[in-house]
Design a protein around this ligand. Structure first.
Ligand code: GDP
Ligand code: ZN
Length: 298
């Protein structure tokens, strides 16, 4: 008779899934079950495992519980908080990139938190204020001075978190600050295995401060917004600060573009909605508005 345990997949490597359970970590195989349902177990999946060899800490995955969210690239299930990092200094923040990432998060039910990094180099306030005005949690951080990292730590607790943002904004520096031991381990392991580009693209979850952080090596400059489309009819709902105005435009189905009597545009003119957010909305609308059904990837 085998015992069953609930746990969470930390990583999958070489056909094994490493599942953290209240009784420790087990190396698990996924049995044929998943080939039939065509669901591939992913880091972040909450699963039930049946222990086969207690001594060897081996088990197999019996069931994958329903996912609360799913990121395709990087592949990770159940991320519920995304730290979107944008620099106050260099590289200069690109509002459109930030807004594409917040939109993807909104679509997927992931809480986006905006971290304005390198606050020791330049004034983070304008960006912080713009995103706070929209209703996001946004604050300054610095891997140099430690500013904001205590607050960041508090936000990780009880969440499965990931970091996104342009290359060079300081994601690794923040992670290294939070997880110095892990950073050292990962460095060692990479050297030992001489892992090439392909094999480093394994998402791995690390326990930290009562939560989990998804480390996404190899995805440093592959931001989520490039892989997770937000379609036309979803778009207005992915800009949370539009909510008070949506449905108040003169025309039903207003796309908040060239239509007269648009409540969203009026709110932009009145500076209730930051102009840069509205510009991002329009840019995203133009990217997807003529997409045909068959051009959609999901
Ligand atoms: P990533 O590509 O987002 O992972 O960015 P990195 O963590 O590799 O950082 C890119 C560069 O910015 C490195 O040279 C870091 O030393 C520097 N950097 C990162 N965070 C800070 C910070 O808070 N302050 C300053 N002054 N430099 C930083
Ligand atoms: Zn409108």
């Amino acid at each position: 008779m085998s015992i069953s345990l609930d746990g969470i997949i930390l990583k999958g490597i070489g056909g094994f899934y490493y599942v953290e359970t209240p009784a420790g970590i087990y190396a698990c195989k996924a049995r044929g079950l998943f080939r039939k349902t065509r669901i591939t177990p992913l880091p972040g999946d909450r699963v039930r495992v049946a222990v086969t060899h207690e001594g060897d800490r081996e088990a197999y995955i019996e069931e994958i519980y329903a996912r609360k969210s799913l990121l395709v690239r990087p592949p990770c299930a159940n991320v519920d908080r995304m730290f979107i990092v944008a620099s106050a200094g260099t590289p200069e923040a690109v509002p459109l990139l930030i807004d594409k990432m917040t939109a993807v998060c909104e679509k997927k039910g992931i809480d986006p938190v905006i971290l304005v990094s390198k606050s020791d180099l330049a004034d983070p306030e304008p960006l912080v204020a713009a995103y706070q005005k929209c209703g996001f949690t946004a604050f300054a951080v610095s891997a140099q001075t430690g500013e904001g990292l205590g607050r960041l730590k508090d936000l990780i607790k009880e969440h499965l978190c990931a970091f996104a943002g342009q290359s060079g904004v300081g994601k690794s520096s923040i992670l290294n600050f939070l997880l110095p031991d892990v950073a050292a381990q990962v460095g060692e392991l990479s050297q030992r295995l001489d892992r090439g580009k392909h094999t480093t693209r394994h998402v791995e979850l690390f326990s930290y401060a009562g939560g989990l952080i998804a480390d996404t090596p190899g995805y440093g400059d592959l931001s989520i917004e490039r892989f997770e489309p937000v379609y036309k009819e979803e778009l207005e709902g992915c800009f949370r600060e539009f909510a008070p105005y949506v449905g108040r435009c003169r025309f039903a189905g207003c796309s908040h573009d060239k239509e007269p009597g648009c409540a969203v545009k009026e709110a932009v003119a009145a500076e209730e909605i930051p102009a840069s957010r509205y510009e991002s909305y329009l840019a995203m609308l133009y990217e997807v508005k003529d997409l045909k059904e068959w051009e959609r990837s999901e």
